[in-house]
Design a binder for this molecule. Structure first.
Ligand code: ATP
Ligand code: MG
Length: 426
């Protein structure tokens, strides 16, 4: 995907809107991009809402530049020039009943006002005209934006009954903006939190993927627990025993100290000590993470203590950890633990320094390979691996530094292995 330029994206979103206007339609920026614009944040993408029907939108922008991503729901994607991304143009609509707890059964095209009221939260229900710099607010979104409140549009219980994912979105938005949940909205979530189970694991994961790396992620997680959404979404972090509760508190403290975390690292911090490698893997599988992400997650959870006390550890052990593909992430976790007062800052700093130094320091080219041993007439067998590992250990410990020293050590090791075998055979 070509890199997006925020300026081009924005310019294109204006163009789409103006083109609709010139053709005689009503059109506004709508939803998240308006919220972000008013908060002076850079919108990730732009949505335009209009009274033009999907076919009219396609006719106006041409079949080649439009993709009917959800024509039944009135959503047409208009593809912009390189770097400008795409704009979703959605016809004003009213949603019919929701019988699956997630999607409307059908939609009816309608007015801007009705379109605002089908949206989830007041801060997401605003329209904006970038040409005249004018906000269209049917739902009190501006006041809530100013006060930092996440409030469901209309009756919260009804809105969450329609689409259960909104409960998790509410918590995620609170974690993004450090906003408070309006009381009635919060009560409604608490009452029906267990129904989040009807939402697909992928959609849950998509929200959690964001929640866990948002600036106010710790707050978001506390809300997730308090709302009892965690009981369904991530029961692994809950336990009645005091020890486990303390464990969660410790992990939240570290999570808050991570800097610009990636999702697998954030999740690993959250789960460390509360689940073992197998438990981490089941979370990864349940959330349908990629194999690569699951591998990272499992390794990080499994090694979350591996850099503690680094300076006192045998180098052959420590350096092997540092040579792993996720070592930089583990080091970032350990630094965060140090900032949270749970690891020695000097250890964390030393690991960071090592990792930033040349790789040769902690992951030097092997002095000997299995091929070298085979060439010398040693047979592949149980002793073979042990000898190679022992030679690697000695190299990492700095006990040997040349190929000749390595060969001499191999010789000695083989002799002693041979003796052991001989003795056992007696
Ligand atoms: P972000 O893109 O930062 O996650 P967003 O508010 O743009 O935030 P989107 O999922 O892109 O979120 O949705 C765009 C808009 O569509 C929202 O602002 C909201 O108005 C509406 N919307 C999205 N999901 C729902 C939902 N589940 N129920 C009701 N309205 C929704
Ligand atoms: Mg969006």
């Amino acid at each position: 995907m070509p890199l997006l330029s925020p300026l081009h994206q924005r310019e294109f979103a204006r163009e789409v809107l103006q083109r609709l206007r010139v053709a005689g339609y009503d059109a506004y920026w709508a939803g998240g991009c308006v919220r972000d614009h008013l908060m002076r944040r850079t919108p990730k993408d732009y949505d335009v809402a209009t009274n033009a029907l999907p076919d009219q939108v396609r006719d106006l922008f041409g079949r080649r530049r439009t993709v009917p991503v959800g024509a039944a729901f009135g959503v047409i994607m208009v593809v912009g020039p390189t770097g400008a991304g795409q704009v979703e143009v959605t016809t004003f609509r009213r949603d019919a009943a929701y019988s699956d707890g997630r999607h409307p059964d059908s939609v009816t095209f309608s007015s801007a006002e009705e379109d605002a009221s089908r949206r989830d939260f007041t801060i997401n229900g605003l329209f904006y005209d970038p040409v005249e710099d004018r906000v269209l607010d049917y739902v009190g979104g501006q006041a809530d934006l100013a006060q930092g409140i996440i409030r469901a549009i209309g009756d919260p219980a009804e809105r969450f009954a329609e689409d259960k994912l909104r409960m998790l979105r509410a918590v995620r938005f609170a974690a993004t903006f450090d906003f408070h949940l309006d009381e009635a909205t919060w009560t409604a979530i608490q009452r029906t939190a267990d129904q989040i189970s009807v939402v697909s694991p992928e959609r849950i994961a998509a929200e959690m993927r964001r929640l866990l790396v948002e600036t106010y992620r710790v707050r978001g997680l506390r809300l997730l627990v308090q709302a009892r959404l965690a009981e369904t979404v991530l029961p692994e972090i809950l336990a009645s025993e005091a020890a486990a509760k303390q464990g969660l508190e410790r992990n939240l403290a570290v999570l808050g100290e991570l800097r610009a975390p990636r999702f697998p690292s954030a999740l690993a911090v959250l789960l460390s000590g509360l689940v073992d490698a197998g438990g981490a893997q089941s979370v990864g599988l349940r959330w349908r993470l990629s194999n690569k992400e699951i591998e990272s997650l499992v390794w990080l959870v499994d090694h979350h203590q591996a850099l503690r006390g680094a300076r006192r550890q045998p180098r052959c052990r420590l350096f092997r950890v540092l040579a792993h593909a996720d070592a930089a992430n583990l080091s970032a976790m350990t630094s965060a633990a140090a900032r949270a007062g749970q690891a020695d800052p000097a250890d964390a700093a030393w690991c960071l320094e090592l990792l930033e130094d040349t790789r040769e320091k902690f992951d030097p080219n092997p002095l000997l390979t299995g091929g070298d041993l085979l060439q010398r007439g040693w047979k592949a067998g149980p002793a073979f691996r042990h000898v190679l590992e022992a030679i690697r250990d000695a190299q990492l410990e700095g006990e040997i530094g040349s190929r000749d020293e390595a060969l001499a050590l191999a010789e000695r090791l083989y002799t002693s292995f041979g003796e052991n075998h001989a003795r056992r055979a007696d």
